[in-house]
Write a protein that binds this ligand. Structure first.
Ligand SMILES: Cc1cc2nc3c(=O)[nH]c(=O)nc-3n(C[C@H](O)[C@H](O)[C@H](O)COP(=O)(O)OP(=O)(O)OC[C@H]3O[C@@H](n4cnc5c(N)ncnc54)[C@H](O)[C@@H]3O)c2cc1C
Length: 505
């Protein structure tokens, strides 16, 4: 075995959206990171075609959102199993879904990673792992058919739904099997006279043809009469046959850029951490792509894990902090699996489902129903367990307008460096004094809120707090109400829980 001279604090397996986002988060926190990727180059294929509000917010938190907005197109509506949902600008500055191809998302993330100094090693599939008390040895295949090894303190498997890392770590992947087959391909459709076709339903399934760029369409067909074997290749001919079955024509389909297959299998890793090995993104959860949530969830896994892993690697927090990653993110994916199972049940052909869809469509007219579903799909309603009874505790912090001594800013802008922020909105310095022992880790900002009330998805208006502690991922660890007790003991507990013990004087 050829021995590698490269060691890293963290090795990430997989340069997909999750692995790249995690690498950026770790580098922002000063961690030495290497991404190892099985493929020699990016495929240019795009399974995902959109990003939701919370993902746009986390990119904004890091100051890179403009790159993504410039490369995509905002959509005024979204959908739940093909039934339209409205979005509401009061819930987020970036309420509307952004249509953007996964290949573009990956390119932009890889460019940002390069700027931050992330090493990406391609043609380097993970083939084996060995853990011990100090670290993990990651065995890799090499171009010439040989093997190499990298030594790291932690390994994160972001290597997709068929994750080798998950299997090698012996982590279970229970769930429900596929009950249908869907094909996706980017093709030309010269005989299609409509601008696009959106979830046209028939007796055997449904099809869509969505124009992403002038001249070519993304065709998706869903057949509910068959379940393809996982080793069966996906071909252009199968896509054509499926479209003819469902639409009665192939619209002159030609020039495939790529064709792939997916289904409604829904599975989730039973542990997100096994010692020094962690999982994120599709490696930790797979599901029917209804509502476009998978890539979004992987990016948000990365943003939850990044700062925690960085704190542990840099010796600022105990290893137990890593267990909060499973505790917080496993239930989020569990809920997404649940809503995608509901969406695939609503998509199944047949008179009973048609009736159910009609009733469901009638319910969507009600604001509360719309609000509930869009908060779920956009992940704006995610609330992590928090030891604080303020209504904002555990939720993502609203991006309120602020005034500081230096001028106007926004809450999300304060998170650019990926560091925790203690925001003192009343002045007086009481909470800043509590945080003095964490001055090396926590930024204290004194500001005034421009609004008396902040709009929070699902719960509505909340009085602007007197002070709040925001984690690097944008979730509120602690908050004090303007008319409540200062809660200094609770603040001290939150600081210790999330950012380790105070520094010795
Ligand atoms: C039709 C379709 C439409 C979708 N639309 C959306 C959408 O609109 N919005 C959304 O949020 N999600 C959507 N998704 C889901 C989204 O594509 C995935 O959730 C997303 O790609 C997951 O990213 P990832 O980085 O976790 O995994 P992947 O994108 O699968 O990346 C894994 C990477 O790991 C590499 N790898 C694999 N094995 C190894 C190994 N042994 N060693 C090293 N590297 C390895 C792979 O080559 C790959 O680069 C859609 C999915 C499908 C099928």
């Amino acid at each position: 075995m050829e021995h590698s001279d490269t060691d890293a604090d963290v090795v990430i397996a997989g340069a997909g959206p999750t692995g790249l986002m995690l690498a950026c988060e770790l580098r922002l926190a000063g961690v030495d990171v290497t991404v190892v990727e099985r493929l020699a180059e990016r495929t240019g294929e795009s399974r995902a075609g959109g990003m939701h509000a919370r993902t746009l917010e986390v990119l904004d938190q890091r100051g890179v959102l403009d790159r993504f907005l410039a490369a995509g197109e905002l959509q005024p509506v979204g959908h739940f199993s093909g039934l339209y949902l409205d979005f509401d600008e009061s819930e987020s500055r970036h309420a509307y879904p952004l249509m953007i191809l996964q290949s573009v998302i990956e390119r932009l993330l890889e460019e940002w990673a390069a700027e931050l100094g992330v090493r990406v090693r391609r043609s380097a599939p993970v083939t084996g792992i060995r853990q011990d008390a100090e670290g993990v040895t990651v065995e890799l295949g090499t171009d010439g058919g040989g093997t190499a090894a990298l030594r790291a303190r932690y390994l994160v498997g972001c290597d997709g739904g068929r994750s080798t890392v998950r299997k090698l770590a012996g982590i279970g992947f229970p769930g429900t099997p596929a009950t249908m087959t869907a094909l996706i391909g980017d093709v030309e459709l010269p005989d299609l006279t409509e601008e696009y076709v959106w979830v046209r339903r028939g007796p055997g399934g449904d099809y869509s043809a969505i124009a992403f760029e002038p001249g070519w369409f993304r065709v998706i067909t869903s057949d509910y009469d068959r379940v393809a074997g996982s080793a069966e290749p996906a071909t252009f001919e199968q896509l054509r046959e499926s479209l003819v079955r469902l639409a009665g024509t192939d619209f002159g389909m030609r020039k495939p850029r790529w064709v792939s297959r997916f289904n409604d299998a829904a599975r989730q890793a039973d542990r997100y951490r096994q010692g020094r090995v962690l999982l994120a993104g599709d490696a930790a959860h797979i599901h029917f792509p209804a509502g476009g949530q998978g890539l979004n969830m992987g990016v948000q896994d990365a943003v939850n894990l990044g700062w925690k892993l960085a704190s542990v690697v840099r010796g600022r927090a105990p290893e137990g902090l890593l267990d909060s990653y499973h505790a917080e993110r496993h239930p989020v994916a569990e809920r997404v699996l649940h809503n995608t199972r509901a969406q695939s049940a609503l998509a199944r052909p047949g008179p009973q489902t048609e009736a159910l869809r009609e009733v469901f469509g009638e319910l969507l007219v009600f604001d509360d129903v719309n609000r509930h579903l869009r908060a779920m799909l956009t992940a704006l309603d995610v609330r992590y367990p928090a030891d604080c009874d303020h209504p904002l505790a555990g939720r993502r912090v609203p991006d309120a307008d602020l005034k500081t001594a230096d001028g106007a800013t926004r809450v999300h802008e304060l998170l650019r460096a990926g560091r925790p922020v203690l925001l003192d909105l009343r002045g007086g310095g009481a909470s800043a004094a509590v945080a003095a022992g964490w001055a090396d880790r926590v930024d204290v900002v004194e500001a005034r809120s421009e609004a008396d009330h902040w709009s929070v998805p699902v719960i509505g208006e909340v009085a602007a707090p007197a002070a709040l502690l925001v984690r690097p991922d944008g979730h509120v660890a602690w908050a004090a109400a303007p008319d409540g007790p200062p809660g200094r003991a609770a603040l001290r507990t939150a600081l210790t829980t999330w950012f380790g013990p105070p520094a010795r004087r």
